[in-house]
Design a protein around this ligand. Structure first.
Ligand SMILES: NC(=O)c1ccc[n+]([C@@H]2O[C@H](COP(=O)([O-])OP(=O)(O)OC[C@H]3O[C@@H](n4cnc5c(N)ncnc54)[C@H](OP(=O)(O)O)[C@@H]3O)[C@@H](O)[C@H]2O)c1
Length: 256
């Protein structure tokens, strides 16, 4: 089964596409001939990526300056997609922030902003897409980018871990409610992959020590998510919904 070929001509929205995993997913979709919608706050980075995606073979590229913490921006983003060729087929809820720090010293504002982006942003983006798919009587696929921190914990990431646990539970609940509309909602729970969100941490001794606790003894590469991502984005997973796929070098099963 050629999963990449199944993406040809499909519309794929990736939030948080201006760097890291989001930019990687956008390139993967473009290389397979999808119409790609890239969204984030840093428009200049998206514009540069758009040029690259066209060269890679994207069937079309739309840049959306869209803050997932802002309801009006999300609505406007989906209206721009409607005006540009209609609903996409796949929505990748990838935008996220780290929100690191000792819980005891965190301000309510720090907590709120992590929830606003990592959790509420997923909810708003998913529901905007689902209403369109339901009204058009067509299905769609949502991929939520959760984290192994949605299932286990470590120091200094409490709001982040709590939002990712909630994203996993939201994935299951939305899958249950939307199966009747042909909308599949699944999640990927990546382990650690070096990006802007964690490069400062992996430059520390604690970060390096943590890599030794991953059963495979290394960080992952973005392309090691491709198999799970292509599976969930295409009809290859037509009977999967509410599933969470961990891709983590065995980190979730590390010894206690
Ligand atoms: N890297 C890992 O090890 C790892 C592991 C598990 C899960 N994840 C998850 O993977 C996703 C991508 O993270 P990454 O590692 O690729 O980090 P990253 O390079 O920092 O990317 C985060 C992306 O989210 C976007 N973003 C942040 N706040 C946003 C907002 N309010 N509205 C719209 N976009 C926003 C950023 O774009 P702008 O700043 O331009 O808006 C950026 O494109 C996150 O959900 C993260 O939690 C990562």
């Amino acid at each position: 089964m050629d999963l990449g070929a199944m993406l040809k001509g499909k519309g794929v929205l990736v939030t948080g596409a201006s760097s890291g995993l989001g930019a990687h997913f956008a390139r993967l979709a473009a290389r397979n001939g999808a119409r790609v919608v890239i969204a984030a706050r840093r428009k200049a980075k998206l514009e540069a990526l758009a040029t690259e995606l066209k060269a890679l073979g994207a069937a079309g590229v739309l840049v959306l300056e869209m803050d997932v913490g802002d309801d009006a921006a999300i609505r406007a983003g989906f209206e721009a997609i409607d005006a540009d060729g209609g609903p996409v087929d796949v929505v990748v809820n990838n935008a996220g922030v780290g929100g690191d720090g000792a819980a005891i010293d965190m301000s309510p504002a720090d907590f709120d902003s992590t929830v606003q982006i990592n959790l509420r942003g997923v909810w708003l983006t998913a529901t905007e897409a689902a209403r369109r798919w339901r009204d058009a009587k067509r299905g769609g696929a949502i991929i939520n980018i959760a984290s192994i921190l949605g299932e286990r914990v470590m120091h200094h990431v409490v709001p982040y871990a709590a939002t990712k646990a909630a994203v996993i539970q939201m994935t299951k609940g939305l899958a249950l409610e939307w199966a009747r509309y042909g909308i599949r909602v699944n999640a990927i729970a990546p382990g650690y992959i070096l990006t802007d969100i964690n490069d400062a941490y992996f430059a520390t001794e604690a970060g390096q020590a943590m890599i030794k606790r991953v059963p495979m003894r290394r960080l992952g590469r973005a392309d090691e998510l491709d198999g799970a991502w292509l599976l969930l984005a295409t009809e290859a997973s037509s009977w999967m919904t509410g599933s969470v796929i961990a891709v983590d070098g065995g980190h979730l099963v590390s010894s206690l």
